[in-house]
Design a binder for this molecule. Structure first.
Ligand code: DSN
Length: 413
């Protein structure tokens, strides 16, 4: 590689990261492994091009080929999700959410998003995010006992608050979200409904999770989680909102679109239409269930008692270890996870009582149920025997061996 000669420092860190990925069990629920084709598009000459505007209406010359690429990406997104409007320019999921909120609401309007500890995302109204600074958020939570969304309670709260927008969708909710119920609730006060499907987009396109299409007025997503595309955002909606949304993305909140990333999104949308992509998503969910069972069997409590999707949330409060400590401990053995608040967490977001685990990346490496059982054992051994250096070193060895058997191979995806 050229970079090795011109910039050995950066190249050296990239090599280190390649090695880390190769010998790490990646259980961060929002991460994945992209195909070689997605990598190639992301690293292509398209990164050279300025293309402010939209296909056929750019503020720069020389856009005839990138126009075709963006048109392809838009058409493929529309076909994949079965919608009649898509904007593929958002640089991230948060930018997509920002564009929808700023297009539709006035500053200071009321919104209702899921609270962070219940599983919501920062951009759904958290006070430290633009969404909580610019809008008056009245968060809803899951039910304290069941840890599930309580639609009757949300309906009651919505009638009191009368928000302009309800945001559904989550970053750490392991169960199915009932978009039809949310729409009914939104209609009861004439509010808009936005569904952020960043985590579950891959499951939605293959029908393993109900689609919000037909229920949510606006759908936002990232393209790099279960959808297994490049790092970026996406907005889907009815045609009638297209003009406002386009204008808000550019020139409203973004400048030049990342054409190399848009090309990679187009590639990923095509990959998501292959039958193998459905098989992959089916395995992601099977693996998640199996990992959940393996941990429960070993005495760990899972929030909501299990999972229906690609992720699970472990409540560590009975293991006498915080999420932050567990994340660090597991990282030292080669298992990558993230600390996460659990519903009504007595600890703050820096320490947390929970650990979020997800199966998209390890499933992309080809791992199946048998390996999930092994991984549950590895996590359990690391946490339970954390004071025993010999046990920890044994876990490290077993993690490395497992990684060796399932090499990271973007070419196979
Ligand atoms: N930060 C992402 C996650 O890990 O869920 C959401 O944007």
């Amino acid at each position: 590689m050229k970079i090795k000669q011109t910039d050995p420092e950066v190249s050296g860190w990239i090599e280190k990261e390649e090695e880390r990925l190769a010998f790490t069990l990646e259980l961060i629920a929002s991460e994945n492994v992209v195909s070689e084709a997605v990598l190639e598009a992301t690293g292509s000459v398209l990164t050279n091009k300025y293309a402010e505007g939209y296909p056929g209406k750019r503020y720069y010359g020389g856009c005839k080929f990138v126009d075709e690429i963006e048109r392809l990406a838009v058409e493929r997104a529309k076909e994949l999700f079965k919608v009649d409007y898509a904007n593929v320019q958002p640089h991230s999921g948060t930018q997509a959410n920002m564009a929808v909120l700023l297009s539709i609401l006035k500053i200071g309007d009321r919104i209702m998003g899921m609270s962070l500890d219940s599983g919501g995302h920062l951009s759904h109204g958290a006070s430290v995010s633009f969404s909580g600074c610019l809008f008056e958020n009245h968060p809803y939570t899951v039910n304290r006992k069941t840890e599930l969304l309580d639609y009757d309670e949300i309906a009651r709260q919505v009638k009191q608050v009368k928000p302009g927008m309800i945001i559904c969708g989550a970053s750490s909710y392991p169960r199915v979200i009932d978009f039809a119920a949310f729409r009914k609730i939104a209609d009861s006060v004439n509010a808009y409904l936005m569904a952020d499907i960043a985590h579950i987009a891959g499951l939605v396109v293959v029908g393993l999770h109900p689609s919000p299409v037909g229920f949510a007025h606006f759908i936002t997503s990232t393209t790099h989680k279960t959808l297994r595309g490049p790092r970026g955002g996406l907005i889907l909606a009815g045609k009638e909102h297209g003009h406002l949304l386009n204008r808000m993305i550019f020139p409203g909140i973004q400048g030049g679109p990342l054409m190399h990333v848009i090309a990679a999104k187009a590639v990923a949308f095509k990959e998501a239409q292959r039958p193998e992509f459905r098989d992959y998503q089916v395995q992601v969910v099977k693996n998640s269930r199996c990992l959940a069972e393996g941990l429960e069997k070993r005495g760990f409590r899972l929030v909501t008692g299990g999972t229906d999707n690609h992720l699970l949330l472990v409540d560590l409060s009975h293991q006498n270890i915080t999420g932050a400590e567990a994340e660090k401990l597991l990282e030292s053995t080669g298992i990558s996870t993230n600390k996460n608040m659990i519903p009504f967490d007595p600890l703050d977001a820096i320490r947390t009582s929970g650990l979020r685990l997800g199966t998209p990346a390890i499933t992309s490496r080809g791992m199946k149920e048998g390996q999930m059982e092994t991984i549950a054992g590895l996590i359990s051994d690391a946490i339970i025997f954390r004071a025993d250096p010999a046990k920890i070193s044994d876990v490290k060895k077993r993690v490395k061996n497992l990684c060796r058997k399932f090499p990271l191979n973007s070419r196979k995806l």
